[in-house]
Design a protein around this ligand. Structure first.
Ligand code: CA
Length: 226
């Protein structure tokens, strides 16, 4: 991995953009700036940055629509959405349409940088071709899981969770460990959030020979039936 990672910041408020750019450049990142969604989308395609910081309220539209456009072009660049508390009602939805993380404005720069680092680190491990365990194969780039004749699509967090398990099958993870890895800085995340995603994944894995086992009081692990 190169040292200089390239971040594209799509933000129309000049003072916020300047603060972000100043601080991230000081932290050693290369920055590109766009003040609306159309320009941002164009830069995302031509420059293929390592990470995109995306404001929700842009002068030419809703950041979520730009996020969908980025994802519909099968573009896997990680995206952190920057949003005021009042602008989002459903954070799970935000993540399910393809955001890798979000940060609530106003934020401290150290928090933004921590999130950038975490998303970049996680993503650099995500670029592998495929992960296999039992009869399942997980394709991170296309967010698909295959077994037998089944081809099932995964949402963002389901994929992330399954990647964690497939990278270390049969290893126990506590709920706390999974929460940390799934939700980054886990403010306002309830403990059963992990259970929700485990439940969804179990359903999708029902007809495979792989399952996520609960070990009472300890955690979860990925197991296969022979
Ligand atoms: Ca804005």
């Amino acid at each position: 991995m190169t040292n200089t990672q390239h971040i594209l910041c799509i933000e129309d408020e000049v003072d916020i953009q300047e603060i972000i750019a100043y601080n991230l450049r000081r932290a050693g990142y290369k920055l590109s700036l766009a003040s609306d969604g159309i320009k941002g989308l164009a830069l995302a395609q031509t420059q293929t940055p390592d990470l995109i910081l995306l404001d929700i309220m842009l002068p030419d539209g809703d950041g979520r629509d730009f996020l969908r456009s980025i994802r519909s072009k099968n573009n896997n660049i990680p995206v952190i959405v920057m949003t005021a508390r009042s602008e989002i009602s459903d954070r799970v939805d935000l993540l399910d349409i393809g955001a890798d993380d979000y940060i609530i404005k106003p934020f401290e720069f150290v928090e933004l940088e921590a999130r950038c680092r975490a998303v970049l680190r996680r993503h650099s491990g995500q670029n592998q071709q495929a992960l296999s365990y039992g009869d399942i194969t997980v394709y991170p780039l296309s967010a698909l899981i295959e077994f037998g004749n089944h081809k099932i699509s995964l949402r963002n967090r389901e994929l992330r969770l399954l990647e964690i398990f497939c990278n270390s099958p049969e290893i126990l993870f506590s709920k706390e460990q999974l929460t940390d890895r799934l939700f980054l800085i886990s403010d306002e995340v309830t403990e059963n959030a992990v259970e929700v995603y485990i439940g969804r994944l179990r359903k999708k894995l029902l007809q495979s020979n792989v399952t996520i086992e609960t070990v009472r009081g300890i955690g979860y692990r990925l197991m296969k039936y022979e």
